[in-house]
Structures are given as C-alpha cells and as structure tokens.
Design a protein around this ligand. Structure first.
Ligand code: ASP
Length: 592
C-alpha cells in the first residue's frame, strides 16, 4: 500500500516540488477532456489531485474513480497555474500531480454525498451516519467536542481532581425523571436502573475522602420526546469537599473561561450573580437571556387606576399586572398581535392586552382604557414612539412571569433584537429550596433532595417551606442553562428533615437512599458540586441548534437509533434467561 506522507489539509505553496502521498475519499470527480481532477478528502481537508494522460496507468485507474472511493495517491506537489488557485481552500495554491494511484476500497454509489448532508433528511443522515460524519462540518464538531473534554480534564487535573467512573448499572437515582431499567438475570424480577446522574455516587466519593472528583459521565433519563433532549446525554460532573458555594462557582467558572478562550478565543469576564427572584421577576425565567432588554416591569399600581376590568378584577384577587415594552413592536399588525394573544394561551394566559405608542399617545389595543395613565405608564416603561407594550395579567405571578418570559424570547427573536455575537453570562443563585406541586399536593425540591438549604433558613423548613432558599446555583449563558449544582446536605438529621418535607418518610428514605444516609452518618465532609451539560456546551461552541449534531450516534426524538435500529425486540431465549415474558396490548412492538 502507498504510505501516506501528508494529510489532505496540510500542503502549501512551500511544499511545491515535494514527492508526497495522500490518502482519503474521492470527494468529487471532473474529467476536463482528458485531464482528470479529483478532490481528495480526509478529516483534515481537501486537496485537488490531477491525473494527466501521460501517466497512463494512474490516469486509467483514475477514470474509474467514483464518489467516496477510498484511494491513496502518490505524486508531486505542484504550484497551481496562475489564475487557477482556489482561495477558499487552505490547500488552494497547490495540487497533487498524480503518478500512482491505489484503490483501497471501491464504494457503492452512496445514498448521499457527505457535503450534500445539509440538504438530506435527518432520518437519512442518521441511518447512514458514517457518510454524514465524513462531512467537514461534522468533523469540526467532533473535533471541538474532543478538545472540550481534553481541556476540561486537563483543567481539573491541574486542580487536583481525580477522574473516577461510577456505575452504569445501579439503583434508581433521584433526578426526577423516569428511569431506564435493565433486568437482572441473576436476580430474577429485579432491575438495575441506568443513572440519571452520578449524584449519589459522587457524594459517597466525598464521604470516601476523595475530596475532588470529576467525571465525563453518561446520564440516562427516559423523558418524553422533546427536540432538545436525548435519552442518553453527557455531563461534566464535579464534586468538591470542604467548600462553600462561592468555591464551587469559582472553580467551575474557571473551567468555562478556559474552554471559551481555547475554543473560541472569547474572554469570559467575571460572571455576575442574580437572585432567582430577580431573574424571574425581571426576565420571566430562571435562565434569563441577557443579550437584550424587554424587561418585565410591574405596573400594577398604574393598572389599578384604570377602568379596565381585566386589570382591576385581577388585582382585586391579589394578582399582578406586568408589562414589557417592545422597541419597534409598533410595526406588528393587528393580525400578528392577535396571533400572539392566541399563542400565549398555552402558557396559561387568558389573553394578551397590548397597545402601541404613536406621537406620544397610546393607540390601538386597549388604549382607550389607558388614556388617564398614559404619562406614568410611558414614563415607568421608558417607552417611545414605535413601541408595542404587552401586558401580562393573572391572579398567579407564576403565570404572568411565564407568559411574558416566553413572549420576550419570541419577540426578541422575531424582531431581530438579539445580538448574536454576544455572550451574556450569569450565575442564578438563591433558589427556593422547594416548590408546591399543586397537582400532587406536595412539596418538590427545585434541584434535588440533597441540596442544602441556607443554614439561616433551616428553622423555616417546617413553618414556611416556600421561603427557604437553597445553596444552589445555575450557570446560564444566553438563556441556556449550561450547568447547575449545589452545596449538599452533609448532616443526616438535616437530610432527614428535608426528606420529611418532601413526603419521604424515614422508612422510604432508608429503602431508597440508606447507603447515602449511612455514609453521612460515618463522617461526611461538607461538600458541593455541579454538573455541566457537555452536549449543550458543544452546541453553543459550534453554533448548532440541534443536540443530535453534537453526538456521534444520537437518537431520534422517539429514542430510536436509526443506524443500528435500536431499540429492537429480542429472542425468546434471551427473555427466558431473564425470566421475562413480554405481554403487549398489541402483538407487534410499537414502531419507533
Ligand atoms: N446531579 C445534578 C444534575 O444532574 C447536578 C448536581 O447537583 O451536581 O442535575
């Protein structure tokens, strides 16, 4: 076999005259009346190869080449003729004048060419993932992902973290999603769960004296299909002993700073903090996108002075009226604002009162009700001509915030108010420890049950749970929650109190988390940590909005791997070994 001397992305004008051998895939083929050109591709790039009829053997073989054949070509690196350079290619100043060619593998006509992948349906790309991944775009993403994990490992290694693997076959873990279950052959009728995160193991590692732990960990959550979810995803999982909240935040912020610098050459400034209440109050979300304003402003006191029943009736019920001013939103038609009013209903709104400002006056929408409060309203919102003002009105503040929070994102996107070149970072802190689950009539933890409340709030756990804040923190960038974590409870009696609040009695706690409670009892240090979504991080760094693009072998929204056709039925013999029998309502397994 011809031995490769260079990759397809590295030859430059300085290499002209050298004898070289390249190997790769035929990216394209052109026959220019006797002279044959191919673009040869490997993961590093493309090089033009020329076959002249004078080199008869090579030329003859070249004439049989087709897309995606795998070849090795030896010859001379030549400066391209003047005017024939391709400035778009790093190798565009040279070409390889081929003397020998060896066909390493003929390819059947592929269902699509790698560089055509963006025009191909995603199902087809996923079925023939190896063709898809040969494209420059996918190779770039794979490279960035590799580099990110390398930078992360080096960073934490330099700070004394040990990388430790935790089990994939384990007991159910408590992140709140549905578990994937694996039947046990040796204990018929019993099941392992795949970890939703290594949460409990990393806490036990702290009790084990490890002090600083890192893992690039696969996590599994059987959640309902959603575009940005994957059944299995990867976390950068971190835990530290003898630390407080600020220590974990500083350590992990440093990691993000290193990654953004090395991958994008972007400097991450010291990240500001924002309390949960402020984030939700001003931006309608606990992961606020701070690249644009459209802030939520409480106008209840102004709304109270109007005769608009929707406002006054809601306020009498103890509700809330908030408004956002949308610069340039005055250009939206009645039809468009009516459509928005329909759209917000999915978030619980009854409707969406709006008005516009023209010539210093409120016009359209509910302007006639607002006339007496025009001046204070315009002043409070800092509104100007051409603006649209939208109101969120509801007896429940959660509804007002959700509605205006979603509206804010949609309008910013549609009106082009987002500066895509900006990175806006924020640590969201001071989360409530628990929230009331109205459907199930119980308290749920906002993070997970192992998150430590602030010491000064502990005595309110029983009397006023809603006011208890937890030592939890989320790192948010451009409205995306990149990571989240907390200081953990390290005293068994506090853990038991929190369990009780969540309706997990002593017996249930012992059955589910007995090992953790034991570990806490035998001397666990104060500890805390955080987990970053690696997939999301790579999405941000490569500018893709599909999580499937950053995972080599992803699953569809329905959880199917279209290449291997998993999940799939299994043999009766396998089931027998597991002491299982499948009893489905329909005979056939559901199509995925
Ligand atoms: N285990 C948590 C999660 O997966 C993260 C953490 O608290 O470290 O969301």
């Amino acid at each position: 076999m011809l031995k490769r001397t260079h990759d397809c992305g590295s030859l430059r004008i300085e290499d002209a005259g050298k004898t070289v051998t390249l190997a790769g895939w035929v990216n394209s083929y052109r026959d220019h009346g006797g002279v044959i050109f191919i673009d040869l591709r490997d993961r590093e790039g493309l090089t033009q190869v020329v076959f002249h009829p004078e080199h008869a053997d090579a030329h003859k073989l070249a004439s049989s080449l087709r897309d995606e054949d795998v070849v090795a070509v030896g010859g001379t690196c030549m400066k391209r003729e003047a005017g024939m350079e391709n400035p778009k290619l790093p190798t565009g100043a040279i070409e390889l004048d081929a003397l020998h060619v060896e066909i390493l593998n003929k390819a059947q006509t592929p269902p699509f060419r790698p560089f055509d992948a963006p025009k191909v349906s995603e199902d087809k790309r996923l079925k023939y993932r190896y063709l898809d991944m040969r494209s420059g775009r996918m190779q770039h993403i794979l490279r960035v992902r590799h580099r990110v994990t390398k930078i992360v490992r080096d960073y934490f290694d330099a700070h004394g973290f040990y990388e430790i693997e935790t089990p994939v076959l384990c007991r159910s873990t408590p992140e709140g999603a549905r578990d994937y279950l694996v039947p046990s052959r040796l204990a018929p009728g019993s099941f392992y769960a795949l970890p939703q995160s290594p949460q409990l193991f990393k806490q036990v590692l702290m009790a084990s004296g490890v002090e600083r732990y890192l893992q690039i960990a696969k996590c599994f959550r059987d959640e309902d299909p959603r575009a940005d979810r994957q059944a299995e995803f990867t976390q950068i999982d971190v835990e530290m002993s003898f630390v407080e909240q600020e220590d974990v935040m500083a350590m992990t912020e440093g990691m993000v700073r290193r990654v953004w610098k090395e991958i994008l050459d972007v400097d991450v400034p010291p990240v500001r903090r924002m309390g949960y209440a402020e984030a939700v109050g001003r931006y309608g979300s606990d992961r606020p996108d701070l690249r644009f304003a459209l802030e939520l402003v409480d106008v209840s006191d102004i709304a109270k002075q109007t005769d608009f029943k929707v406002f006054t009736g809601t306020l009498e019920k103890g509700g809330l009226v908030k408004a956002i001013r949308v610069p340039g939103g005055g250009s939206l038609s009645r039809k468009q604002t009516d459509e928005l009013a329909e759209w917000v209903k999915q978030f619980g709104a009854g409707g969406l009162p709006v008005t516009k400002i023209e010539g210093g006056k409120l016009t359209t929408g509910i302007s006639k009700f607002l006339e007496p409060v025009t001046a204070p309203l315009i002043e409070k919102l800092g509104a100007a001509d051409g603006d649209l003002i939208c109101f969120g009105v509801d007896a429940k503040s959660t509804v007002v915030h959700r509605v205006l929070g979603e509206l804010r994102l949609r309008l910013a996107r549609e009106l082009g108010l987002i500066d895509k070149s900006r990175w806006e970072w924020v640590w969201v802190v001071d989360f409530p420890a628990v929230e009331w689950n109205d459907e199930q009539k119980r308290w749920d933890s906002l993070h997970h049950p192992f998150t430590a409340p602030f010491a000064e709030d502990l005595d309110k756990l029983a009397s006023d749970p809603a006011s208890v804040r937890s030592q939890a923190y989320d790192l948010v960038v451009n409205g995306v929650e990149l990571g989240g974590g907390s200081i953990r409870i390290h005293r068994p009696e506090v853990q038991q109190k929190v369990f009780s609040l969540l309706g997990i009695d002593e017996e249930a706690a012992k059955a589910k988390f007995g090992f953790l409670l034991d570990a806490l009892r035998y001397g666990a240090p104060p500890h805390g940590g955080l987990a970053f979504g690696l997939d999301r991080m790579v999405m941000l760094l490569t500018g893709t909005d599909s999580i499937r693009d950053v995972i080599a072998f992803p699953k569809t929204q329905m959880g199917a791997d279209l290449m291997t056709e998993a999940p799939a039925p299994v043999d009766d013999a396998q089931l027998r070994e597991l002491s299982l029998r499948v009893a489905l309502a329909t005979k056939k397994p559901a199509a995925v």
